[in-house]
Design a protein around this ligand. Structure first.
Ligand code: ARG
Length: 460
């Protein structure tokens, strides 16, 4: 224990399982670069403040860049039991390269508590920006498809029962606009993630009046965390990312569920590309939508990470507690799940084969029952009455085993005398979707307008 960076007061050894239990190096090493850049910025600011001479700073920086090269080349050797985490590992190696006399000055006024928050915020900010790019790219595919396939009409469902005709593009955009909401929220989240904790110390701040703004600027942060205790205690930036991810994955999961259904032989509206399907080891005919099932499945994993992490946080006393080390794995795992999921979803949609004739074939004249009611409304009949009349037409169709659009004019007239010859125009799916021309509806013009709105939301 005396060998550890914090070993001064210790004489007894650590239980071997406790060593392993305590170590975070096996996952936090992923952020070696952020850790080193943070150290360089810290040393530079300490040099400006007169804590380090110019020569000492230069030595530290060169040494840290050496350490970075070793990580880059996969040549950094972790010493088990000594390199507890990425911060101690980098400092240990720096000491070996430039000598402990100078390396020992790097940590002046600094705590791992601010370092860990700094590393995670920098990394997460960069990853979330990548995710923002993936989301924009996915949304562009949605917009492009919605534009080129705007003429496909299909059944829209409530309660999974055929409800009213809609455009296929209207379905796509219903999710597209939800994902655009995720994009807006993500951009908000990035702003809060990208604040600098450097200079917060262990909890009470920096005793050498270090230039916090200078460090923040060098590391690409936009603004500071303004309370040193909050600055080291805060994992809201992780929690917010996880919560953001749950909403996104919930959308992806519902989208996937729709497409899984639409790809069955019973619906047949879409066919997945081979690139996103797999076969069965037993049944030669099978083509399974594994990509969509995994998207749906991963959502559960992300929800669990988010709920679990809130439980980690909820009882913690002020500032740093080791429980906070439990923020790493949910963060790393969720970022990977989300980054991969958006790109898989984009691939699925970009290569999806659509079957407009199948969509059309699934339309059923009963889906025009509302249009029949609306027809009589236009003749001045109150809607509550027209709803009832249209219901009687549905019943007549069922009882006589005649599709609703094939009932004779006389049969319709027998239900209500106010039906006129032009009722035949109402048995038209295309007309039905075009009737819904108010903003946000399923007419061609409304759908094209939605695409415009969506595209505007893509610009930051
Ligand atoms: N490995 C630790 C973590 O991930 C770094 C901070 C350790 N700080 C401390 N006071 N023990 O949270």
């Amino acid at each position: 224990q005396e060998n550890m960076l914090w070993g001064g007061r210790f004489t007894g050894g650590l239980d071997p399982l406790m060593v392993e239990y305590n170590e975070s190096i096996y996952f936090d090493k992923a952020l070696y670069k952020e850790d080193i850049l943070g150290s360089i910025a810290f040393a530079r600011a300490n040099c400006k403040g007169g804590i380090l001479t110019e020569a000492e700073f230069n030595k530290i920086e060169a040494g840290l860049r050496e350490v970075m090269k070793e990580w880059d080349a996969n040549k950094f050797t972790i010493i088990p039991g000594v390199d507890e985490d990425i911060h101690t590992a980098n400092e240990r190696r720096l000491g070996e390269i430039i000598g402990k006399d100078v390396a020992g000055k790097l940590h002046t006024g600094r705590s791992r508590n601010e370092q860990v928050a700094c590393d995670m915020r920098m990394w997460l900010r960069d990853e979330l920006r990548k995710i923002e790019g993936y989301l924009v790219s996915f949304l562009k595919v949605i917009a492009a498809r919605a534009e080129s396939e705007v003429d496909y009409v299909m059944p829209g469902y409530t309660h999974l029962q055929r409800a009213q005709p809609i455009r296929w593009s209207h379905w796509m955009l219903s999710y597209g606009l939800a994902f655009a909401g995720d994009l807006e929220r993500l951009r908000e989240t990035i702003k809060r993630v990208n604040k600098s904790p450097l200079g917060c110390g262990a909890l009470a701040g920096n005793p050498f009046n270090i230039d916090r703004d200078m460090m923040a600027k060098e590391l690409g942060f936009e603004g500071l965390l303004w309370n040193s205790m909050g600055g080291v205690a805060d994992r809201d930036f992780v929690a917010e990312t996880l919560q953001w991810s749950t909403m996104l994955m919930m959308h992806i999961s519902r989208w996937s569920e729709d497409l899984i259904l639409y790809s069955t032989a019973e619906f047949g509206f879409v066919r997945l590309a081979d690139a996103y399907s797999t076969g069965s080891s037993l049944m030669p005919q099978k083509k399974n939508p594994d990509s969509l099932e995994l998207l749906r499945g991963k959502s559960g994993r992300v929800f669990g990470r988010s709920a679990g992490f809130m439980m980690t946080l909820k009882g913690l006393a002020s500032t740093y507690n080791k429980d906070l080390q439990e923020s790493w794995e949910p963060m790393l795992d969720t970022v990977k799940s989300v980054s991969d999921s958006i790109r898989i979803a984009e691939g699925v949609l970009a290569t999806l084969d659509t079957k407009p004739e199948k969509m059309k074939a699934a339309l059923d004249p009963f889906m025009l029952a509302t249009d029949i009611a609306d027809y009589l409304v236009r003749k001045g009949v109150p809607f509550r009455e027209t709803h009832h009349i249209s219901g009687q037409v549905v019943a007549l169709s069922e009882n006589t085993n005649t599709p609703m659009d094939q009932l004779t004019f006389e049969q319709l007239k027998s239900v209500d005398a106010r039906f006129e010859q032009d009722i035949s125009d109402s048995f038209d799916y295309e007309k039905s979707v075009e009737m819904r021309s108010a903003k946000g509806g399923t007419s061609k013009e409304s759908v094209l307008e939605q695409i415009k709105v969506l595209k505007q939301m893509l610009d930051a």
